[in-house]
Design a protein around this ligand. Structure first.
Ligand SMILES: [Zn+2]
Length: 226
């Protein structure tokens, strides 16, 4: 239960890109809270790229992020967004720990969450993340339901915003009136709204789920760690 409410909604978005400016404006307008998973080593222009369809993706710079993410939660996504599945343990520990420390200093807060870059994780990666003080970490293995998860270092979001049955899941969540507390976690990257030209999808989702007395709107930490 969250503030006496049996339902909670949260968002998990990755990579710290310029489209998060527009995305956070939408979230803020509807009173919704998200967790943004950031790479502290890619905030000086060195992490920008162009998609195969020619869309230039700009990562937010160090001097922009505090304003953009005000009111939301910041979480680890490794320093340089590497493939970590076969990474030597020492290097992995640096990627997690150094990102956590840099973000804690930049944002002046303590950080408990993470999302695995490319969704790559293993027993070893989960152990090292836990040893670095990470309490929950999102995979890319969506669960497509609202069940309470206990293995938070292999946390699966409810679904990606492009999931074909998003509307059905949303309706199920909104109409739920059972006894068990449930949560909905939507994830993605906001540059995908430009790639698929579907900003109206997230606008409509936020409008539909917001302003309800029976739902707690919180960050990943607030929802997962209570
Ligand atoms: Zn990522």
């Amino acid at each position: 239960m969250w503030n006496g409410k049996k339902k909670a909604l949260t968002f998990s978005y990755d990579d710290g890109i310029a489209q998060d400016i527009r995305f956070t404006e939408i979230l803020n307008r509807y009173g919704l809270k998200a967790t943004f998973n950031l790479n502290s080593g890619l905030m000086s222009g060195n992490g920008d790229w162009t998609t195969d369809k020619g869309l230039a993706i700009r990562r937010l710079r160090r001097d922009e992020v505090r304003d953009v993410y005000k009111g939301h939660e910041i979480a680890v996504h490794c320093v340089t967004h590497p493939h970590i599945i076969d990474m030597p343990e020492d290097e992995l520990r640096h990627e997690i720990m150094d990102d956590k420390s840099a973000l804690e200093e930049l944002f002046g807060c303590s950080i408990q969450g993470m999302a695995y870059p490319y969704g790559e994780f293993s027993e070893l990666i989960m152990r090292v993340a836990g040893e670095c003080g990470i309490k929950f970490s999102r995979t890319c293995e969506d669960v497509h339901d609202f069940r309470h998860q206990t293995d938070l270092l292999a946390f699966g979001a409810t679904c990606h915003h492009n999931y074909e049955d998003l509307e059905r899941l949303t309706d199920e969540f909104l109409s739920y009136d059972g006894e068990e507390p449930i949560y909905f976690c939507l994830w993605g990257h906001s540059y995908e709204f430009d790639i698929h030209n579907n900003w109206e999808l997230i606008e409509e989702f936020c409008k539909k789920v917001s302003g309800r007395d029976d739902i707690f709107y919180g960050t990943n930490s607030e929802v997962l760690l209570g």
